[in-house]
Write a new protein. Structure first.
Length: 219
């Protein structure tokens, strides 16, 4: 059994960071922190089912729900200010989650924009040196992101579709090799890991992702 609450997290400009913390009632040494995309929010399928999967495996789960796309001040800000806000918010969120218990295992999951958050945290937070990282639709064409992944070199699972504008077989191979990680490539999957025009193929893809995350998180 678990209970859900919100942690008191203040990020950029001391503004609150919206979140849901799912805490195991019986205690745990496992933590997962989830960072959504810009418009792919925390309640959408990839995160809804990943949260359920990780909670059922016995982890505490922090869902970070920054919803920048609904904030005109964020959307009108320059690239540097947006990046600073993201890093401040996710750093505060990660530290708040890590402070809840003495965790021995940490899994970080991010999608698209959330992979930039992950890369920053894994590059700056020493407590994440042994974390597992699930990179959903990573922004592989971002040079800085790839450099941070290669520098970190930690245990990684990369999930991306061949119809995603950020998919590049060569770039995926580079980060996979650097981390000695695994990849799941969804044939025809777009940036939401859905198959355009095929509901049942999209559901099958979602199942493949969940099974891959479960295997990765229990290795």
């Amino acid at each position: 059994m678990h209970s859900s609450t919100a942690l008191n997290i203040n990020g950029y400009g001391n503004e609150p960071v919206t979140n849901i913390f799912m805490k195991q009632d019986s205690g745990t040494e496992r933590l997962a922190v989830l960072f959504p995309g810009m418009r792919y929010t925390i309640e959408m399928p990839l995160f809804y089912y990943t949260s359920r999967l990780l909670v059922s495996s016995g982890a505490d789960v922090l869902q970070v729900d920054y919803r920048y796309h609904d904030d005109p001040s964020f959307m009108s800000a320059g690239d540097q200010e947006q990046a600073r806000r993201l890093t401040d918010d996710v750093t505060a969120a990660c530290r708040a989650a890590l402070s809840q218990r003495s965790y021995r295992e940490v899994t970080i999951v991010g999608k698209s924009l959330g992979t930039l958050a992950m890369a920053h945290l894994l590059s700056t937070e020493s407590r994440l040196n042994t974390a597992r990282a699930v990179w959903l639709t990573p922004l592989l064409r971002n040079d800085n992101l790839r450099a941070q992944i290669k520098s970190w070199r930690g245990k990684s699972l990369f999930v991306i579709g061949t119809a995603d504008h950020d998919y590049d077989e060569k770039l995926l191979g580079e980060v996979e090799a650097a981390t000695r990680g695994n990849s799941l490539v969804i044939e025809g999957g777009n940036h939401s890991l859905e198959i355009e025009g095929d509901l049942f193929a999209s559901l099958q893809a979602l199942e493949k992702v969940m099974r891959a995350i479960r295997r990765f998180d229990t290795e």
